[in-house]
Design a protein around this ligand. Sequence first.
Ligand SMILES: [Zn+2]
Length: 173
Amino acid sequence: MKSRAQYLREWRLKNPTKASEHNKAYRLRHPERDKENRDREKAKYIKKGRYRVSEEQQRKNATDYARRWREKNREKVRESSRKHYHKHKALHQLHSKIYKSKVRAGRVGEVKAKDLCTLLEEQKSLCAICKKLLSEEKEIDHIIPISKGGKHSIENLQWTCRYCNRSKGNKII
Ligand SMILES: [Zn+2]
């Protein structure tokens, strides 16, 4: 005995025009089911590796998906960060202790994007160290490194080229 699916398949082969009209009518009647079906087909294709999306697109899809998921599951997100906090309490406390001590020592200042733009103008877009014209690859350097007690504030910052910043390392120039 023929199964219903088999019967339908044969009928569609014999009556292609009618079948496509039926399909169209079905899609119009049930747009949401149509979308589900198409998504399922697409998923099958992806599984078989036949459906190619660029890596960039894949990353974008994943980020979008993650964002939507977080928006829909705010409570879960809160719960998991609570869990993370309790599980790694010591680490969180250590971080906040370090941050607070930096604030107390005056080593964390506020740096505004506007101030950085002004600084760049003052430097006439030249590297503070080698004086070459800065390209897109300019970097912000702490004149006195944070590790040597330098403050993270605009007075202790300078624009440099990538090369100077990387080769300067922890030295004070
Ligand atoms: Zn330079």
